[in-house]
Design a protein around this ligand. Structure first.
Ligand SMILES: Cc1cc2nc3c(=O)[nH]c(=O)nc-3n(C[C@H](O)[C@H](O)[C@H](O)COP(=O)(O)OP(=O)(O)OC[C@H]3O[C@@H](n4cnc5c(N)ncnc54)[C@H](O)[C@@H]3O)c2cc1C
Length: 439
């Protein structure tokens, strides 16, 4: 592995790959990724990606995002995301991404929390279509090198300037990878939970490293649970039943086969209703029925869900499936500004590992791929413009002996992140109760 580069990017999901592609071709870019390059949550996205359809939808889209986020969102971030959406989709289409079309025009679907259809999709494998095409583009670019099975375990830094990362390469060697700029694009925290829709190797490593280096976080108390994952007794990643299934008419039933909630309410509200219903029913799941969706629409729009449920023994065109809420998305992360800069010079964070406040307390469905791409591009443009010019006089030291007990480090990191989430949850609840009491 090359030990020196211009920009090191940690993560090969949509955020990491898009920032790599948006950097100039004269920049030497090194992408490291913990597993195979295609094993990221970005590949799992089913539902789609939002786009501002017309000026007339700006107000409703903005309001839906703020409402879902309980108005805890950063208005500037929301505005930036929505205003950039058309340009991002154009860039994706130029990279070869194909979205569903009707009569040649882009087709839009709807999900929970959206007051109107504004979500682009590719069957029910939108994430694979987008990220697969980005990966293919990145592999074609001579200035981008991707190292798989290479894990960041620390950063190199001096005087609050980041000078690259400490990584364990695919041979198990601990090495220093020096870079002028570093971008964290290392995804969410699902691997820290027993039930999650995320890949299990996504363990909030960037968050733990930020905590160890006193880099401020934001909104880490906001962890999203998805209302509908396929209930299974088997261990491992929980299979997501996309919200767009409910958007297209699927309904939830309790044990007596009665509806108990408006299925298109925001995720946290539907999750809460399901959890309450499970308690009342004394069951570890509720039922989801696709009886209102025509068979050809199920096979056309949701072929992956259909196939996966069939593997689990359920034919969704004929019967209900058991569903249960599972950890799904991390709204919080490393605090960043609109250019995705962290508090440490020359260190950027993009995608799910970062937090610019765009999602507030709860993410609106299909806003996360868009947010990842918008702010990954802004990081790349900021680097290319040379706005972050701070230089370190002396080289940051690399002390490989600090990393001999990696298992212990992983356990400590897990504890560190989960404790911080709990601490912030308590602080938020206390503040919230105080606000309520004070009127
Ligand atoms: C099942 C599912 C369905 C979803 N559906 C949608 C949807 O329809 N629409 C939508 O907008 N969003 C959806 N999301 C959310 C969305 O996919 C993610 O939030 C988004 O793709 C995050 O992108 P990312 O690049 O930040 O992270 P990821 O795509 O998760 O990539 C993280 C990368 O970092 C690497 N990494 C992690 N730690 C390290 C380390 N220490 N060293 C090196 N590499 C590391 C990983 O290997 C991976 O390559 C869904 C998520 C899931 C789980």
């Amino acid at each position: 592995m090359d030990r020196e580069t211009d920009v090191v990017i940690v993560g090969s999901g949509a955020a990491g790959l898009f920032s790599a592609l948006q950097l100039p071709e004269s920049t030497k870019v090194t992408v490291i990724t913990k597993d195979e390059a295609k094993n990221s949550d970005s590949f799992l996205a089913q539902g789609g990606i939002c786009m501002l359809r017309s000026e007339e939808d700006y107000g409703p889209y903005y309001e839906d995002t703020m409402k879902a986020g309980h108005y805890r969102n950063s208005p500037q971030s929301v505005e930036t995301m929505i205003r950039s959406s058309q340009q991002i989709i154009e860039l994706l289409i130029n990279y070869g991404v194909e979205f569903e079309r009707q009569d040649g025009k882009l087709a839009f679907t709807r999900e929970g929390g959206h007051s109107r259809p504004r979500i682009l999709f590719h069957e029910d494998i939108t994430g694979k279509e987008i990220t697969g095409k980005l990966l293919a583009q990145a592999r074609r670019r001579s200035n981008i090198t991707i190292y798989e099975h290479t894990e960041m375990i620390d950063i190199l830094c001096k005087e609050n300037v980041c000078c690259g990362v400490v990584a364990v390469d695919s041979q198990g060697n601990v090495c220093a990878l020096r870079a002028k700029d570093t971008i964290f694009a290392c995804g969410g925290i699902g691997g820290l939970y027993r039930h999650s829709t995320n890949f299990s190797h996504l363990t909030g490593d960037g968050i733990a490293i930020a905590l160890r280096h006193n880099i401020p976080l934001r909104d880490v108390n906001f962890v999203q649970v998805h209302p509908t994952t396929l209930y299974s007794k088997k261990p491992g990643r929980s299979f997501l039943i996309s919200e767009s299934v409910r958007g297209e008419g699927a309904v939830l039933y309790n044990a007596r086969m009665e509806r108990f909630v408006d299925e298109l309410l925001p995720r946290d509200v539907v999750t809460h209703a399901i959890e309450e219903q499970m308690k009342k029913d004394g069951k570890p799941y509720v039922w989801l029925s696709m009886e209102n969706i025509a068979k050809e629409d199920i096979l056309g729009h949701f072929p992956n869900i259909y196939k996966r449920c069939l593997e689990e023994g359920y034919d969704v065109t004929k019967e209900c499936i058991p569903v249960v809420p599972g950890q799904h998305y991390f709204m919080g992360g490393i605090r960043v500004d609109l250019e995705s800069r962290t508090s440490m010079e020359r260190l950027y964070a993009v995608g799910e590992t970062s937090c610019n406040g765009v999602h507030g307390a709860n993410r609106l469905a299909s806003n996360s791929l868009l947010e990842s791409l918008v702010f990954a591009r802004r990081a790349a443009l900021d680097i290319a413009a040379g706005n972050n010019k701070h230089q370190v006089e002396a080289e940051a030291e690399f002390e490989p002996q600090k990393y001999t007990d990696r298992k212990k480090m992983q356990q400590e990191n897990r504890k560190l992140v989960l404790q911080e989430i709990e601490r912030m949850k308590k602080a938020y609840e206390q503040q919230h109760n105080h606000d309520v009491k004070c009127g």
